[in-house]
Write a protein that binds this ligand. Structure first.
Ligand code: NAI
Ligand code: 15L
Length: 277
């Protein structure tokens, strides 16, 4: 099959850097965009998501967009509004214009980096006591303005599908880092290799409309129902349990008294660095 060209927004970031390494093996050609220049990628488009002309050019001819750009932690409402809410709106506007300019009216599919923090105030399910995994239909319960921007992004994706036929897979990413670093992360960890598998599945599955999935590895301590992700063809291979002994020795088990251990969003619920301000 022919090479697919993907616009990777947020290419300078942590996840963007990992995906620049991992996605080419699936045959993608990556067009990179970030507001920060990337030292080893001089051809990357250096632009803010709110630069509408640059965004319009960036989506021209692409088969898909992996939309990772945005503020990735809690911040002031104004900053979240600019980068995550307005920025994602402008991305979808560019995709809508690109779709309208194509003969078949079909624009590139978006894979949106949503976050577990869109549902961060959901109590963690006591799976160990027989509680069911949390489904993708659980109501939005953002734990921060950051999480609120991800709830918005998911709703915008739904609107783009219902009104304009633009497809999106919204991936509620848990923690995608090389290794899990605390006990909560054992439940929500997505290894970078599984992340690449999931993004590849999301970019290539047929007829996704707007699909919401959880982004996680096949963790023994998983909290989330991965069935919508598996329906796209995703088969996770990694399990954070390999780190359990080390992490439990370091941190001890999740405490019943600590909200950061009892809500899925972890420390985002009780340790906002700048809130109230
Ligand atoms: P990061 O903060 O390392 O990277 C984000 C990138 O977006 C940065 O390079 C930044 O310069 C760029 N960016 C920010 N605002 C921009 C704007 N207005 N215009 C253009 N570029 C802009 O974050 P990370 O960890 O790589 O995450 C990537 C995406 O995945 C983010 O949207 C984040 O919210 C989401 N996510 C990541 C998780 C993880 O475990 N790494 C978990 C859940 C969601
Ligand atoms: C996120 O949404 C953040 O972008 C990432 O840095 C981690 O904090 C992750 O969630 C998490 O919940 O561990």
């Amino acid at each position: 099959s022919r090479t697919r060209t993907i616009l990777l927004t947020g290419a300078a970031g942590g996840l963007g850097t990992l995906m620049r390494e991992l996605l080419p093996q699936y045959g993608y050609e990556l067009r990179l965009l970030d507001v920060r220049p990337i030292e080893d990628a001089p051809d990357a488009i250096v632009a803010d998501l709110n630069d509408t002309d640059a965004l319009r050019e960036a989506v021209r001819g692409v088969d898909g967009v992996l939309h990772l750009a945005g503020i990735s932690l809690e911040s002031t409402f104004d900053k979240i509004l600019d980068s995550n809410i307005r920025g994602t709106y402008h991305l979808y506007e560019a995709v809508r214009e690109e779709a309208a300019a194509r003969a078949d009216g079909t624009g590139p599919r978006v894979v949106f980096a949503s976050s577990n923090h869109a549902i961060g105030y959901t109590p963690r399910p006591r799976v160990e006591d027989g509680a069911p995994l949390v489904p993708v239909t659980t109501p939005h319960r953002p734990d921060t303005y950051y999480g609120l921007s991800k709830s918005f992004g998911e709703d915008l994706a739904q609107l783009a599908w219902d009104k304009h036929g633009i497809e999106t897979v919204s991936v509620r990413i848990g923690s995608c880092f090389k290794e899990p670093t605390d006990v909560r992360m054992m439940s929500v960890w997505m290894s970078p290799a599984d992340g690449a598998r999931l993004f590849h599945a999301a970019l290539t599955a047929e007829k996704v409309g707007h699909t919401v999935v959880y982004g996680s590895s096949a963790n023994t301590r998983l909290w989330w129902d991965l069935s919508s992700a598996r329906a796209l063809g995703y088969e996770p291979r990694d399990d954070s349990e390999a780190y359990a002994e080390k992490l439990l020795a370091e941190h001890g088990p999740l405490s019943d008294d600590n909200p950061a251990h009892q809500y899925m969003g972890g420390r985002f619920v009780n340790d906002p660095p700048i809130w109230p301000y």
